[in-house]
Design a protein around this ligand. Structure first.
Ligand code: ATP
Ligand code: MG
Length: 335
């Protein structure tokens, strides 16, 4: 659906070119939820805004649904933008218009539907986002979560193929964030909409994304399926985001390990393996004792996972490690 070939972007500031995105290759498949995470200034919004050409690339080629988006004329660009909806951190609603009129606006601008058809479409969009009872209200009369639902309905008005979300949940409390993410996941599933989502929270990525790109200083430093990147982060920036999501203080963790005897290992379980009674079996068979130093059990999108850091003492430690290595888990020996 989205194809970047060596796309780069520099902003011209007082006669100087300041790079914001280094040459970047990226493929996002139809129906995928693709996350972009990175610190402030990493180039996330720049990358996102290149997709609907709110920013002009300095070079490279961008294909959207097989079409060269870098070669479009004004009409072509208007068509492209109707196929790409966008939602924002601060919702960007028109305060002087009702909820229904905000959602109707892109349809009026497109000029393809009659008044009646627009009314019907707006009613079905508001039903879709659970706001049928709020059509005549003004944005100031809504909660943050409701405003973002209006933003989503408006973004979906022209029946786009792609939805771009720039920090769409950053202004919302955790519970409202969860409900908006759930709505995005539903829309993705039911409409097979491709979603590209920027966030600075790994937890948002974990809940809805299929793949993730980690950005640092204009470069994608790590990219892959969320389970891979989240459970086995490689780049220091990725590790920091994962630790933030886990509320782990890296220094604390190492201090703890200094006082622990035995072998230290980390086991990662995914899918059905999460529920298998592996620890007890291995302990019984090899005579090792284990203590749990850190652990978590949660879900990545719909797949359960568990990650445990263990210290092994006594018994046949090598045999235990062999048993773990042969089982349906990911084993890392930390010490
Ligand atoms: N219109 C602009 N003119 C000049 N420089 C810009 C412009 N927009 C962005 N930049 C610069 O480009 C770099 C990347 O900015 P971008 O907005 O893409 O970052 P970001 O990852 O979205 O950050 P944030 O998390 O704060 O939104 C930054 O150094 C920023 O200062
Ligand atoms: Mg940004």
């Amino acid at each position: 659906m989205i194809n970047f070939h060596q796309v780069h972007k520099a902003y011209r500031v007082s006669g100087q070119d300041i790079p914001a995105l280094q040459p970047c290759d990226l493929q996002i498949a139809r129906g995928e939820v693709f996350g972009i995470i990175g610190h402030s200034g990493a180039g996330k919004s720049t990358l996102l805004r290149l997709i609907n050409r709110l920013e002009e690339p300095s070079g490279g080629r961008i294909e959207i649904d097989g079409e060269d988006a870098t070669a479009l004329d004004a009409d072509g660009l208007r068509e492209l933008r109707q196929q790409i909806g966008m939602i924002f951190q601060h919702f960007n609603l028109l305060s002087s218009k009702t909820v229904a009129d905000n959602v109707a606006l892109p349809l009026k601008l497109a000029g393809k539907l009659t008044r009646n058809e627009i009314d019907q479409r707006v009613a079905s969009l508001l039903a879709r986002v659970g706001l049928s009872d709020h059509a005549r209200k003004y944005p100031a009369q809504l909660s943050g979560g409701q405003k973002q639902r209006v933003g989503i309905a408006r973004a979906l008005a022209t029946d786009p193929k792609i939805l771009l979300c720039d920090e769409a949940t950053s202004a919302l409390d955790p519970q409202t964030t969860a409900s908006v993410l759930q709505l995005l996941a539903e829309i993705n599933r039911e409409l097979n909409l491709t979603i590209v989502l920027i966030t600075h929270e790994m937890d948002v990525i974990r809940r809805v994304c299929d793949r993730v790109a980690v950005m640092d200083a204009g470069v994608i430093v790590e990219m892959g399926p969320v389970s891979q990147v989240f459970l086995h982060p490689k780049h220091p920036t990725t590790k920091r985001f994962v630790q933030e999501a886990e509320h782990v203080d890296e220094n604390d963790q190492h201090a703890d390990f200094d006082n622990v005897t035995g072998r230290i290992l980390r086991l990662t379980f995914q899918g059905d393996a999460t529920y298998a009674p592996l620890l007890g079996t291995v302990a019984r068979e090899t005579g090792v004792d284990y203590s749990i130093l850190a652990g978590r059990i949660d879900r990545i999108k719909d797949t359960p996972y568990g990650q445990l850091t263990l210290a092994l003492t006594g018994g046949d430690t090598d045999a235990a490690l062999e048993r773990f290595a042969a089982a349906d888990v990911h084993l890392e020996v930390l010490r």
